[in-house]
Design a protein around this ligand. Structure first.
Ligand SMILES: [Zn+2]
Length: 353
């Protein structure tokens, strides 16, 4: 099949597939349809046949589970750039936060995270989060009421410029973005009505942030052929633009934050991000270098097939084999759909990563 390629090795650590074992229970056999169907349709391939060709393996070396074969570079571009350019899970989280003040991506064990951070370094004053801004702490740092700033603020620019719109090719996208802005406005008005009704009925609503914003907070979108990244936009704006509207977070780049000194940040957040990277181990090493503590939220199996690989608890428990002096602390019971860890290395090790 021209959309798939065999790599012959674990995409996380490079250990040969021939020495790994098949692990059918690690992936949902037909999981990931919503993301891969547009590719199958444009390439006139049967979606179930495409998914069935991807066989799950368990890496004996690093603990990752992965698919062999998986999407080649062309197919990845057709999935993440053109076929399904929107990260549903992230935008769904934003919508729930606006409507109900929920931060659904944050596990119920979030208090254990703050206790552990407090025990290790005290009050944290600098934070950097990577990948998708609607899966981690950034939504929790802002009060949900602030979402209305998106429509109130005169500097909100949630439409593409008319100069761009005049270019014929972009017209459909322009109208899509214009319309989605109105959909968003309507949903904000409905939210206000719902909140007023709830207040009249005497229901308590969360109108304060869950946590306070550290003085220095950065968000770093990442470029990857396995992730939506810069292609992902909704309501007429990209996710970094939307998150900048309601928080003081500085949107930056990996190259820029990597210029930081060793352990310059107190805490870094990788929320469902490593399993979408072209080289997850490199990213993890880089982040451990600049941050004292690294929060990792990841899926547990079974994974869905828009992921080339899944990084569940086995992977995190094996990390000390791959990164010297690496401390891995579990923050949740690890039996649910997610696993939640705090990872760190000492300053000396960080300088050698
Ligand atoms: Zn491996």
């Amino acid at each position: 099949m021209r959309l798939l390629e065999n790599s012959g090795k674990c995409p996380v650590c490079g250990f040969p597939t021939s020495q790994n074992c098949q692990a059918n229970e690690s992936f949902e056999p037909y999981g990931g349809r919503e993301y891969l169907s547009p590719l199958a349709e444009t390439e006139t391939v049967e979606i179930d046949q495409l998914l069935a060709r991807m066989q799950p393996y368990q890496c004996k070396n690093c603990g990752a589970a992965y698919l062999e074969p998986w999407l080649n570079a062309y197919a990845r571009s057709r999935v993440f750039v053109t076929g399904h350019p929107v990260h549903n899970a992230g935008w769904r989280n934003l919508q729930q936060w606006i409507e109900r003040g929920l931060t659904p991506a944050i596990p119920s064990s979030i208090s254990s995270l703050f206790e552990e951070i407090d025990r290790r370094i005290g009050n944290f004053t600098s934070y950097v989060e990577f990948g998708c801004p609607f899966q981690g702490l950034l939504l929790g740092l802002a009060p949900p009421e602030d979402a209305t700033l998106l429509i109130k603020s005169p500097e909100s620019q949630f439409t593409m410029s008319s100069a761009l719109a005049r270019r014929r090719l972009l017209l459909p996208m322009y109208w899509y973005q214009k319309l989605s802005r109105y959909v968003f406005q309507i949903s904000c008005y409905l939210t206000r009505i719902r909140k007023t009704r709830d207040r009249i009925r005497g229901r308590r609503l969360r109108d304060k942030p869950l946590f306070s914003l550290p003085a220095t907070s950065f968000f770093v979108p990442l470029s990857s052929s396995r992730f939506w990244s810069a292609n992902c936009s909704m309501y007429g704006g990209t996710c970094p633009a939307v998150v900048s509207q309601f928080s003081n977070v500085t949107v930056s780049s990996l190259a820029e934050v990597m210029k930081s000194e060793i352990h310059q940040f107190d805490v870094a957040g990788l929320f469902n991000v490593l399993d979408h990277q072209d080289n997850p181990m490199n990213l993890l090493r880089e982040v451990l270098k600049i941050s004292k503590l690294v929060i990792c939220l990841s899926h547990n199996p079974p994974y869905t097939k828009q992921h080339h690989f899944g990084l569940g608890k086995e992977f995190f428990y094996k990390l000390p084999d791959r990164i010297e002096n690496c401390e891995v602390v579990a923050l949740s019971d690890l039996e649910g759909p997610n696993c939640f860890f705090l990872i760190s290395v000492d300053q000396q090790t960080a300088s050698e990563l």
